[in-house]
Design a protein around this ligand. Structure first.
Ligand code: HEC
Length: 271
């Protein structure tokens, strides 16, 4: 099951979140490139490659490698929920899907953090919440919270947004509006994307089937057991290496995943 989880998590990274598996990801200190796309669409509509560039952003030394000291207890989630409703939901939406009332005019748009937080390290999330989105490569309206919110508050928020995306968040009511994270809608979106990729000859039906099958298995077996550190590209590299070490996949298969993913990206299907 553990192997399946890891493989599933890898596929989530590859399909669900469109993490770039390109060579950039192997060298976290690279300067991230901006493709000027900048749409930062939430997962509801898929993710643009603007988001990809952001997820490859090198985590500043001050934050890199941090792990949460705050357990996702009921108390922490309750605190996080209050804070989220007060400070975050206007942009990110009550369900963390990036569709709060203030999101409409923002470019880049607020991210579906309920989803992306599943595949982003503690350090990445803590950095982003602390420092916000001013400057490259983000250039966004995401505020800086390190002066307004205590360290514990920021970790509580991370616990809460992750819980939003795994269906374990306490119900805070519908205060600001926005959809709840819906794994079924997410699965449908992925299936549609893969079907389109096959139709366009980007990947074969076999490749699409394999992705879909393992991903479906994952959804029923998902637990948090992996190292939650790094940006999306770094986490993906760690997972790939783990899978090869475990013998779950061969290096050739890992390369194939990367290749399929790159093709999907280049075809604009990860948008
Ligand atoms: C004024 C609107 C606004 C508010 C309020 C806001 N955000 Fe954001 N946030 C954004 C935008 C826009 C982005 C996407 C661009 C970026 O990554 O900087 C973003 C991105 C993020 C990211 C990065 C996610 C990823 O996938 O890379 C995190 C984490 C985050 N916000 C958490 C929060 C939390 C927690 C709060 C409340 C304390 C909050 N935000 C409040 C607009 C906002």
């Amino acid at each position: 099951m553990k192997k399946l989880f890891i493989l599933g998590a890898l596929l989530l990274l590859l399909i669900g979140c469109g993490a770039d598996a390109g060579e950039e990801t192997a060298v976290p200190t690279n300067t991230p490139t901006s493709n000027g796309n900048g749409n930062g669409m939430g997962m509801g509509g898929g993710m643009g490659s603007g988001m990809m560039a952001r997820h490859m952003a090198p985590i500043p030394e001050e934050y890199a490698g941090l792990n949460s000291p705050v357990e996702a207890s009921e108390e922490s989630l309750a605190r996080g929920g209050e804070l989220f409703t007060t400070y975050c939901a206007a942009c990110h939406g009550d369900g963390g899907m990036g569709d709060g009332p203030a999101s409409a005019n923002l470019d880049p748009a607020p991210v579906a953090i309920a989803h992306t937080s599943q595949m982003l390290g503690d350090d990445y999330l803590y950095w982003r919440i602390s420092e916000g989105g001013q400057g490259d490569p983000f250039n966004s309206a995401m505020p800086t919270w390190k002066n307004a919110l205590s360290e514990q508050a920021r970790w509580d928020l991370i616990n809460y947004v992750r819980a939003l995306g795994s269906g374990t968040a306490p119900d805070m009511g519908n205060m600001m509006g926005g959809q709840a994270y819906d794994p079924t809608a997410e699965a449908t979106r992925q299936a549609d994307m893969l079907a389109q990729a096959v139709e366009q000859g980007v990947i074969s039906q076999d490749e699409a089937d394999m992705f879909a099958e393992v991903h479906a298995e994952l959804e029923t077996n998902m637990t948090r057991s992996m190292q939650m550190r790094g940006n999306m590209g770094q986490m993906q590299q760690v997972l790939l290496a783990q899978l090869v070490d475990l013998g779950t996949i061969t290096q050739t298969q890992a390369d194939q995943f990367n290749d399929i993913h790159t093709r999907l990206l280049e075809a604009g299907l990860m948008q």
